[in-house]
Design a binder for this molecule. Sequence first.
Ligand code: GCU
Length: 729
Amino acid sequence: KENGYDAWLHYPRSSHAENRPAWCNVIVVTGGDEVLQTAANELQRGLTSMFGQQPKINDVPVDVPFIALGTFKDHPLVAERFSAEEQADVNAEGYRIRGTEMINPAQSASYDAIKGPYVTVAGQTAPGVLYGVFHLLRWLQGRLDGELPLQATSKSSESSDGPFLDVLSNPVNPIRMINHWDNMDGSVERGYAGASIFYENNALTKNMDRLRDYARLLASVGIQSLSINNVNVHQVETELITDKYLSDVARLAAIFRAYGIQIYLSINYASPMQLGGLTTADPLDPGVAEWWRAKAREVYAAVPDLGGFVVKADSENRPGPFSYGRHHADGANMLADALQPYGGRIIWRCFVYDCKQDWRDRKTDRARAAFDYFKPLDGLFRDNVILQIKNGPMDFQVREPVSPLFGALQATQVLLEFQITQEYTGQQRHLCYLVPQWKEVLDFDTYTQGKGSTIKRIVSGSLGSNGSPASPSSTKYTNYGIAAVTNIGADTNWTGHLLAQSNLYGYGRLAWDPELSADEIADEWVRLTFGGYRNRSHTGNSKHLVPAIKKMLLDSWNIYESYTAPLGVGWMVSPDHHYGPDVDGYEYSMWGTYHFADCRGIGVDRTTTTGTGYVGQYCSPQADIYESTETCPDELLLFFHHVPYTHVLHSGQTVIQHIYDTHFEGAERAANLRDTWVSLRDHLDEAIYAQVLERLEHQTEHAQEWRDRINTYFYRKSGIADQKNRPIY
Ligand code: GCU
């Protein structure tokens, strides 16, 4: 039954199954490594589904064409295929794939009977081989649809003597992580796709198959780290590190381990008090440190390869070192020392700000908080501590500047945190393909070590501390990367809105290779998801379908932005659940999220001359660009400046007319998304068509609600009429 469960791994039966390449008959894999076995099984499963015939898995070469899987070190057939230099180009989790039509027996020392074509998927490690297998499966699907390969193959050639497939791929980010905000009662904080797939009624789920399928989705896009409980660690979850639950954690770890994925636990900073009966959680108290050392021993005895702990401390009412007058390096280092003997890491979140601000207080600026707390601690953290920093200084709004903390830390390892779950971007009822937003963040130049000090270089660890690339062998290099809050839940299609699957797929692909474009990623995802049997016309990836859905995805972020909070000011959502328009919803609250609209103007003055000084947290020239309304980009104007409604933007439009225009257009463009989808009806599977249509209908209506609320609010505040006289209430 078609329901979206297989996502981008559904491997539709090829309409050209008779053209099955001969080498797809046999998979040769040696050794008992669990992840290698996974790789062989995944390949077998994909090929069987595409061609209707199950390839054999063999541990020795056979007399017919085949695919060889293995590591350079353990598989002679794999090793002999690549020169020493070619092998050295592959990093710990990368892969090489090579396919040739003919093997010259003289070239193969280990087996001279190989006659036909043969394909090799090789890595330094088993996970590298697994990622290579998923690449090969993507490539095959692209070919079998009668179109070009999904990805250009380097040095590829169709001639019979050269390889027809020759790929080298290394992940750019050493850590590629997914964070779950799942609670053990089965709820998911900011989850929009049903209940938790991990927990139910304060116990581990019984549905291990679903977890395995999740592991497949993650591994297929190169994810290898996974935190399995909410950063807000409540009463029950605090006990995950006790013998009450550790055997469950071990069972989860085992499932994900088979796919090369390491799990992490979010911990409660006050555990020594809540679990250990201590009177303090002071990081400098020897009793506290000893409690954590003993705890680490116990936890690692149960899960020897646990990645480590994720910590949200002194944030939104969570406990932390501030209660004891200690700073965050004290807190993080004490925990890091406890995990150090086991190779564990502390992922310490920087989402620290005063969430009890008085709205009357015009001096405090929440945007400044992370930099103000963490910049002075630069260089003080242990080698196994990584600071996890949200992409923007506020909280995953549709538009924010990039957090200045990335450029500010020169001697501290960092993880960039994205939010795949659409908390502030339509909650998976609106379409919002986030890859273009993430690309802008990754490409942002901090200038911290001169031009080219981009976020993608900082977070991948390649900028190094003095502008020179960090050495690949140093620990520093491995403790960098990207994390993101997942958007999946127990809904059959994983993400509620089927098209929101593209965000999970896109996140993984981008974390692997930040150079991929939003367009390329959308292209891959649409072809993999809508190829084959989902396409009722059965004409391969219909000429119409792929570009149309791609365009929907690529336009969607801009559309969502245009009918919600204008010009970077953010918020304007209903408090608590964050869905739907409420312009003043957070205006008089304690959360530090204000727009300051009155009858004259709107926006937050964050300049150094007259405002909160936040702009000064950036390096030049970014600081100069943001400081002046002359140079500040339109889309961030109200984040950085308070201006009159009559202020003229670079676009030539006044602020007030911009608000009206974008909201009228945005609502119309949302309706166009629905109309495009309706026009694709004949090309789509019935059930898939219906589930997406329902969301797009809702979005169309809800975008009108946004339009009318925002336009009316600003018309009433400003008294300035719409130049085009459209209905405003
Ligand atoms: C946001 C979100 C919370 C979450 C927090 C965090 O504020 O609304 O639900 O706990 O971010 O990232 O810690």
